[in-house]
Every structure is written in structure tokens, then in C-alpha cells.
Design a protein around this ligand. Structure first.
Ligand SMILES: [Zn+2]
Length: 360
């Protein structure tokens, strides 16, 4: 039996050493260690042995098993390594892509890219980040408190008519418009200005924040109105800010996104959370001030809304209006893009119309 083991070891060791592929090695491994392998079945003969014989054969068997196992493992590593070496030693020319063959493979042209509005968002963020503004996130579902009340728009204020608000069902009951609006009532934010109070509560002035995001209104949808749209807004609080800073920011931004010397002008406009409030016009990019169909012969287009943050709002946010002043400045992305790209229907942005979207 000792001889048998010895022969088994010698013959398999030769086979293992001369194996050239991992497949050949696997085959040898199965012959020895598989379910009916020679090593697996070998201990069956032990019962026929005398105790004295077993004392010799037992350890010999274990030794044979171990040495065959490690011989296979060693050879496996050698084969793997030689494979790598082969690749490394190959002349580079042989590994270059066969471009003629590749051309024959038909691939579908992929058209995917970022949505027009998303691309625009990145442009805006880049422009204001250069001036030290950082992004602030506020919830799209918010309370009446943050959306209106604290922004100097109390329940009975006539300004609430400016926003047709979508209120959220509470406790399974939908809210009727006749119901009394309580400060805690939930709604879909009607403007990004719901961030103003949150920023003031979280940060100590001076600060420069920008907010970008979706807003919702209960609108009849047409070519110029959408129920879901994107707004951008900056909230800038520091000592000594004035309308001059506001005008500068407006011109800086128009020039950043329209790419040439667009002048800006301010005209009085009412928003309850600013004082004074301003409509921000940009020189018409189509006629450059001469007057055309787009600007209705005026030479200017209203592009943004802004103002100095109302002292009451600053006070609500814990900021002393005698020490600090603030600028709020914002616009709707759709409107601005429509002007820049000559898009006539605001509904196209949310349409999923690939023919339209792939143009940008
Ligand atoms: Zn014009």
C-alpha cells in the first residue's frame, strides 16, 4: 500500500507540473479530490489494514494528500502569472484596437443629455458661486407660516391673491378655500422665498445664499403659465447694502447668461416682503433697445423681481434692520430661458417632447 501511494504521488506530480492550462489542472484535481477521486476514496482501504500497518500508511497518506494539494495550488499560480506575463510582453502594436472591425459594428446613436432647465441651473449656480453665494435647500412642501405669514403676508393681506396656492390635504380632509388659513397649514410652496426665513433663522449675517428649485401654483396652464416651475432667488444680508448693489447684481447676471453688455434698469414694483420692491428689466436682447415685437416696442424686457428685504421680515428672522440690510432677487427659469432661446410655449419644458429637448 505504501508503494501504491508513492506511485500515485509520483505520477500525478509529473502530470501537475506539465499541465499547461487551468482547465487541465482542474481535471487533475477532480481525478484526485473529486467525489470519486483517488485520494478521496483511498481511506476506504484502511479498514483492511493491521494496526501496525495503519500507523505507517496513515501519516504517509496525509503527507501525499498535502503535497499533491499544494503542488496543484503552486502550478495554478504559475499558470496565472505566465498569462499576465504574456500580455505584458506582447508588442503594443498587436493590442491596438482594430478600428476597421469596430466600424462594422452597428451602434445606435445615443441622444441622452441633461434637461435644458438643469443645464441652465448649472449656469446660474456657477455665475453666483463666483460672487461667493452658496446653495441653500428648503422644502417644497412647507407651512403657511414660512411661505406667507413670516414674509409679511398675513392671512387677510390682499397680496395673498397674487398666489393661487395648492394646499395639502390634512388628516384625510381636503382643505376648502373658504376654510380659515392657519399658520401651520401645509402647502406646496408658491415661491422659493419660503427659504428666506429659514436662512435667517439658521445663519448669522453677513451671508450670501442662493436657492434654486421647484414651485407650484394653482394655475390654468397656457403658453405662458405652468402649475409647476423652477425659480431662482438670492438672499443677501450685510451691512450697508443698497439698491445700487441690487442693480449691479442684475447687470452682472444678465451679462453672464446673455453673453454681452446687457444693461439693467429697475422700476418700482410691489412685493410684500421687500421695501422698496423692484421689477428688473434687461435691455431687450432682440432689438437692443430700439423696440421690437418681443418687447412690445419698449426696448426693455422684465426679467426678474427684487427688492430690499422688508424690515419686518428681517426682524421676524431675528436680524436688526437698523444694523443690517438685505437684498432678495429672483426670477423664473422658464421665462428667462424663453427669452434667451426664443421659446414660445412654457409647456414644452415639462412636456418630455424629445424633439424639442434634443435641440438644446
Ligand atoms: Zn425688443
Amino acid at each position: 500500500m505504501d508503494d501504491h501511494l508513492d506511485n500515485l504521488k509520483k505520477s500525478y506530480q509529473l502530470d501537475i507540473e506539465s499541465a499547461k492550462t487551468l482547465g487541465e489542472l482542474d481535471k487533475l484535481f477532480l481525478e484526485l479530490f473529486g467525489k470519486n477521486g483517488k485520494i478521496t476514496l483511498f481511506p476506504k482501504n484502511f479498514s483492511k489494514l493491521e494496526k501496525s500497518e495503519l500507523k505507517v500508511v496513515g501519516p504517509l497518506f496525509n503527507q501525499t494528500k498535502k503535497s499533491l494539494e499544494s503542488a496543484i495550488e503552486e502550478r495554478r499560480e504559475e499558470i496565472k502569472l505566465s498569462g499576465f506575463k504574456k500580455i505584458l510582453e506582447e508588442p503594443l502594436g498587436l493590442r491596438t484596437v482594430n478600428s476597421a472591425a469596430l466600424k462594422k459594428i452597428k451602434t445606435k446613436k445615443r441622444q441622452g443629455h441633461m434637461h435644458l432647465v438643469t443645464q441652465f441651473e448649472e449656469e446660474i449656480i456657477r455665475a453666483f458661486a463666483k460672487l461667493g453665494f452658496s446653495q441653500f435647500e428648503s422644502p417644497q412642501i412647507d407651512s403657511d407660516d414660512y411661505n406667507f405669514e413670516k414674509l409679511n403676508i398675513p392671512e387677510n393681506h390682499p397680496a395673498r391673491d397674487l398666489w393661487d396656492t395648492l394646499y395639502i390635504e390634512s388628516g384625510g380632509k381636503s382643505l376648502e378655500s373658504s376654510e380659515k388659513i392657519t399658520p401651520g397649514k401645509l402647502l406646496l410652496r408658491t415661491h422659493t422665498s419660503n427659504s428666506q426665513m429659514r436662512i435667517m433663522e439658521k445663519m448669522k449675517p453677513p451671508f450670501r445664499q442662493m436657492i434654486l428649485g421647484r414651485c407650484y401654483r394653482y394655475e390654468n396652464v397656457d403658453a405662458r403659465h405652468e402649475h409647476t416651475f423652477e425659480q431662482f432667488e438670492i438672499v443677501y444680508v450685510d451691512k450697508g447694502l443698497s439698491m445700487a448693489n441690487l442693480l449691479y447684481l442684475s447687470e452682472y447676471f444678465f451679462q453672464a447668461i446673455f453673453g454681452y453688455d446687457v444693461k439693467a434698469r429697475l422700476k418700482p414694483k410691489y412685493y410684500p416682503f421687500v421695501e422698496p420692491g423692484a421689477g428688473v428689466d434687461g435691455l431687450c436682447i432682440f432689438c437692443k433697445g430700439k423696440g421690437c415685437k418681443v418687447c412690445g416696442g419698449v426696448g426693455w424686457l422684465e426679467l426678474a423681481g427684487a427688492g430690499m428685504i422688508h424690515p419686518t421680515v428681517l426682524r421676524n428672522g431675528g436680524i436688526d434692520p437698523d444694523v443690517y440690510s438685505g437684498i432678495a432677487w429672483g426670477f423664473g427659469l422658464g421665462r428667462m430661458l424663453m427669452v434667451r432661446e426664443g421659446i414660445e410655449d412654457v409647456r414644452l419644458f415639462n412636456s418630455g417632447d424629445l424633439k424639442f429637448l434634443n435641440k438644446y
